[in-house]
Design a protein around this ligand. Structure first.
Ligand SMILES: [Zn+2]
Length: 155
């Protein structure tokens, strides 16, 4: 088994309310010449968690950070006009939190849970990542801030 020490969260960059599956993403990624779906887990709009790429296999989702990470992609990430937005439904937030907990239990080496945009380079070197520095906005929400909230109410 490979070492897994990081969870990286993604969005599918599809519009709010449109439902897609791990199979759809598998086809999109094949059309782009990849070896099938690059993500390990997909969280659909209704909160269903689907398996993507086998977790034993290195993913293809975050250049330079694939080897020791596992990836979760929720369906959504764009508003109805195609702008980046946290479109996660309540069910998706709940499923995401549960999946993170399950993975952390399964892989005690996991130290980091981050969003795709959090691996962007700190261009001006001020020690903080600012929106203008994100290589992309994926996953369209602040993972650290969300995780630091208690989960009993809004998820
Ligand atoms: Zn991403």
């Amino acid at each position: 088994m490979r070492t897994i020490n990081t969870i990286i969260i993604h969005c599918s960059a599809t519009r709010r309310g449109l439902d897609f599956t791990a199979n759809d993403i598998d086809q999109w990624h094949r059309q782009r010449g990849m070896d099938g779906i690059g993500y390990h887990y997909v969280i659909r709009i209704d909160g269903t968690i689907e398996r993507g790429r086998d977790i034993e296999k290195v993913g293809a989702h975050c250049r330079g950070h694939n080897r020791e990470s596992v990836s979760i992609c929720y369906i959504g990430g764009l508003d109805s006009l195609g702008r980046p937005a946290d479109t996660r439904t309540r069910a998706q937030r709940y499923a995401m939190r549960r999946l993170i907990e399950i993975l952390q239990r399964q892989f005690p080496e996991i130290r980091l849970v981050i969003g795709h945009r959090d691996v962007s380079p700190d261009l001006n070197g001020n020690g903080r990542l600012e929106p203008s520095e994100w290589i992309k906005s994926c996953p369209c929400f602040d993972v650290a801030q969300w995780l630091s909230k208690t989960c009993h109410n809004n998820n």
